[in-house]
Design a protein around this ligand. Structure first.
Ligand code: HEC
Length: 213
């Protein structure tokens, strides 16, 4: 073993380079201490790892993955539906959609993405598939909620299936959009312009009057 003194930690200039005894094929090494900054980084990372484990895994300060996911879902719903998601299901909720550009355009995308396959991109109806939704004639619809119900439950005769891939807010937005298609009278197949003329749907402004009185 080496016979020289152990050198204290400190700036390099304070100690002289001393060769260790061993010699490997002419290669020798100095007995210099590991520099202080290296120790600092090493000890710092040890201290950090202990703090990390304690704070991250053992204290409730940091939310779990599940909690963060739940919070993200709430934020996403908030951004997408805003106050709509807190409104009770009913005609007023559909009227709220009918008076809101953003929700209507969300309803339009649902319509174009799903309903258009049978009802046509403009709701004009398709031969042997869905009815024209832009005229004043309806078979299964008398109220705004009937539109929601046929989306949710399908038609009583089973020719239109329940659109169960949508949640309540999405179905309400689709219903609101379908209600606003009425009166556009887009020409489509005669065979799909069926049903009875029904009284006009309530409109968003009227709903506000009603709630005021
Ligand atoms: C797979 C085809 C298909 C899809 C998809 C579909 N429908 Fe229909 N829909 C029909 C058929 C068929 C009828 C008519 C049922 C009957 O013969 O009584 C109908 C009827 C309706 C009615 C009633 C019309 C009336 O005159 O009473 C509404 C409203 C309606 N659909 C809305 C929608 C909406 C909104 C969507 C999308 C969320 C949708 N449909 C998706 C086929 C479809």
């Amino acid at each position: 073993m080496s016979d020289h003194e152990k050198q204290p930690l400190g700036p390099l200039e304070e100690h002289t380079d001393e060769l260790l005894d061993h010699n490997y094929d002419g290669i020798q090494e100095y007995d210099n201490p590991i520099p202080g900054w290296w120790h600092l980084i090493f000890l710092g990372s040890v201290v950090f790892s202990v703090c990390y484990v304690v704070v991250w895994h053992m204290t409730p300060i940091i939310p779990t993955l599940e909690e963060r996911h739940a919070a993200a879902v709430i934020r996403a719903e908030e951004a997408q539906y805003g106050p709509l998601k807190d409104m009770p299901l009913g005609q007023d909720k559909i009227l709220a959609v009918m008076g809101n550009e953003k929700w209507l355009s969300a309803g339009e995308s649902i319509f174009k993405g799903t309903c258009a396959a049978c009802h046509g991109p403009e709701g004009q109806g398709l031969e042997n598939l869905g009815f024209n939704l832009t005229d004043d004639k309806y078979v299964h619809i008398e109220s705004l909620m009937d539109i929601y119900n046929i989306i949710k439950d399908g038609s009583p005769n089973g020719k239109m299936l329940p659109q169960s891939q949508f949640d309540e807010n999405e179905m309400v937005m689709a219903a609101g959009y379908v209600a606003t298609m009425r009166g556009r009278n887009v020409p489509g197949p005669e065979s799909q312009m069926v049903g009875e003329v029904i009284p006009p749907f309530p409109q968003p402004e009227q709903a506000e009057d009603q709630s005021g009185g």
